[in-house]
Write a protein that binds this ligand. Structure first.
Ligand SMILES: Cc1cc2nc3c(=O)[nH]c(=O)nc-3n(C[C@H](O)[C@H](O)[C@H](O)COP(=O)(O)OP(=O)(O)OC[C@H]3O[C@@H](n4cnc5c(N)ncnc54)[C@H](O)[C@@H]3O)c2cc1C
Length: 422
C-alpha cells in the first residue's frame, strides 16, 4: 500500500483517487474549491468513444481567419493574452497536418476503445451505476459539404475504433428528434453514443467516495517538492505533507507544478461556454452536435445544456457570456423551441495541449511524480481510463505502449541536461 497525494479534485483527480483507493492505497486529494464548478462539473457530459480526433485538423487553419473576424464564432483568441498563448497557438497550427491528425487518432484510439468499460468499472468501485446512458447522437449539418466532411471524419475514426454511424436526411433526423424544426441538410447518426446523467452529479459522487474512503483536504496547493524522504505537497496555510507518490491533476493549473518540477509543457485554457436550463419543457431524445458551429446540446436527466466553442485566453480572464448567447441564437435556427428566457450561463476551462493528447505519465527523472492533465475536450470521457493508467504506474505495471504518446517528454526534448534519476 502506498501513500499518495493528488493535486486537484476535478474528474481526473477524483477518478484516479477512486481507483487507487479501491486498490488499497492511502489517498489524499488536495482541492482548493471542492464546491466549485470547474470544467469537470459543467461539461457537455459525453462519453465520446468516437471523438478521438484532434482539435487541430487540416481544414481548421483555412477557417481560422473567418472565425477570428467573428468575435462570437466557434474559435476565438483573446488578443490581450496573445504574448502568453502564442507558443501554444504556433504548436497548434503546426499540429494541423494529416500526420498530426493520424498520430493523435492512433494515440487516443486505445482510450476510445476502452473508455466506456473503464467508466463502468470505475462506477462499480464507487457504487455508482445508472449514470451512463446510451442515447445515440446526431451531428446536424446545415449543408452537404458539412455532411461530407463528417462522413470522411467518422470513416477515419471507424478505421480505429468501433463506431456505428449513418448519414441520414433531414426528414429521418426529425423522426429521431422532432424538435429539429429548422432547415438543415441532414445529419450523421452516431448510433452508439453515451452521455452521463449529469456531469456535476458524477463528479460529486467520486469526490464523496474520496471523502468517505480517503481524505479530501480543502486547501490550495502552493508547492510540490521531491526529497529523499518522499514528495512533499505544501498548502497555502504553510502545512506540508509527504507522500510515496504525488499525482499532478490540477487541470490547466497543472502548469505551475510542472514548472516547479523543472519541466515544460504547452497547456492552454481552451475556454468554453454554455447555458443550462433546469427542468426544461424541451426534451431532446439525444445529444445534438452542431459541428459546423462548434457547439452541442446535451439532454441530461433533469436539465438541458447548450454550449461549447473555443476561446484561447488566460484561465483567469473575465468571461464573455455573449458567447453563450450567440450559441443559443444559432441553435434556435435548428431548434426554434429553445427557450428565449431562463438558463444559467457558465464558463469552463478545458486543459488543452496543442496536439489534443493528454499528459499522463511519470516525471522523467523521478518515478514517484506522476502527471494526469491536459485532456482538453475529452477529460470526462477518458477520466476512468486515465485512472486505470495511473493505478498501473503506481503498481509498476504500466501500459507502456498506450502511455508513450502521452509522455511529458514530448515537451522537454533537448531542453534538459543530465539529471539524477530516481
Ligand atoms: C464547454 C465544455 C464542454 C465539455 N464537454 C465534454 C464532454 O462532453 N465530454 C468530455 O469528455 N469532456 C468534455 N469537456 C472537457 C472536460 O470537462 C475536461 O477535459 C475535464 O473536466 C478536465 O478535468 P480535470 O480534472 O483535468 O480539470 P478541472 O475540471 O479543471 O479540475 C481541476 C481541479 O484542480 C483544482 N486545482 C487547481 N489548482 C489547484 C491548486 N493549486 N490546489 C488545489 N486544487 C487546485 C481546481 O479547483 C479544479 O477543481 C468539456 C469542457 C468544456 C469547457
Amino acid at each position: 500500500m502506498a501513500k499518495i497525494g493528488i493535486i486537484g479534485g476535478g474528474i481526473i483527480g477524483s477518478a484516479a483517487a477512486t481507483w487507487l483507493i479501491d486498490e488499497g492505497h492511502e489517498v489524499t486529494v488536495f482541492e482548493r474549491d471542492p464546491g466549485g464548478r470547474p470544467a469537470s462539473a459543467g461539461n457537455a457530459g459525453f462519453i465520446a468513444v468516437s471523438q478521438i480526433y484532434p482539435v487541430a485538423r487540416r481544414g481548421i487553419l483555412s477557417q481560422v481567419p473567418k472565425w477570428l473576424l467573428d468575435p462570437l464564432g466557434p474559435l476565438a483568441v483573446r488578443w490581450r493574452d496573445l504574448p502568453a498563448t502564442a507558443p501554444w497557438l504556433t504548436a497548434f497550427a503546426a499540429a494541423a497536418t494529416r500526420e498530426g491528425e493520424a498520430r493523435t487518432m492512433d494515440a487516443l484510439a486505445p482510450l476510445g476503445r476502452r473508455c466506456l468499460a473503464d467508466h463502468i468499472e470505475l462506477g462499480n468501485k464507487a457504487r455508482l451505476t445508472g449514470h451512463l446512458r446510451n442515447t445515440g447522437a446526431l451531428s446536424v449539418r446545415a449543408n452537404r459539404a458539412g455532411l461530407d466532411a463528417d462522413m470522411a471524419l467518422y470513416g477515419e475514426v471507424a478505421a480505429r475504433v468501433d463506431v456505428d454511424y449513418e448519414r441520414i436526411g433531414a426528414v429521418a433526423a426529425r423522426e429521431l428528434v422532432p424538435e429539429l424544426e429548422g432547415a438543415f441538410a441532414g445529419a450523421v447518426h452516431l448510433k452508439d453514443f453515451w452521455i452521463v446523467t449529469d456531469p456535476l452529479q458524477v463528479l460529486r459522487h467520486y469526490q464523496g467516495f474520496v471523502r468517505a474512503r480517503g481524505t479530501l483536504v480543502e486547501a490550495p496547493v502552493v508547492g510540490v517538492e521531491a526529497g529523499a524522504e518522499g514528495v512533499a505537497i505544501r498548502t497555502g496555510d504553510g502545512a506540508s505533507a509527504r507522500f510515496d507518490h504525488v499525482l499532478v491533476a490540477a487541470g490547466v493549473w497543472s502548469r505551475r507544478f510542472v514548472r516547479q518540477l523543472g519541466l515544460k509543457v504547452l497547456l492552454a485554457a481552451e475556454r468554453g461556454y454554455n447555458t443550462t436550463y433546469a427542468d426544461p419543457e424541451l426534451k431532446l431524445a439525444m445529444p445534438l452536435i452542431f459541428a459546423g458551429h462548434g457547439f452541442v446540446a446535451s439532454p441530461f436527466v433533469d436539465s438541458l445544456r447548450v454550449g461549447g466553442a473555443v476561446e484561447i485566453a488566460s484561465p483567469e480572464a473575465p468571461p464573455n457570456f455573449a458567447r453563450a448567447r450567440a450559441m443559443r441564437t444559432i441553435m434556435r435556427r435548428f431548434v426554434p423551441a429553445l427557450p428565449t428566457e431562463g438558463g444559467v450561463e457558465w464558463m469552463g476551462r478545458r486543459p488543452s495541449t496543442p496536439d489534443s493528447l493528454p499528459v499522463v505519465g511519470r516525471h522523467p527523472d523521478d518515478r514517484r511524480i506522476l502527471f494526469a492533465f491536459g485532456h482538453g475536450h475529452m477529460g470526462l470521457s477518458y477520466a476512468a481510463s486515465t485512472a486505470r493508467l495511473v493505478a498501473g504506474m503506481v503498481a509498476d505495471v504500466e501500459e507502456v505502449n498506450i502511455l508513450k504518446p502521452f509522455d511529458i517528454a514530448r515537451f522537454n526534448r533537448g531542453a534538459r541536461g543530465a539529471r539524477t534519476r530516481r
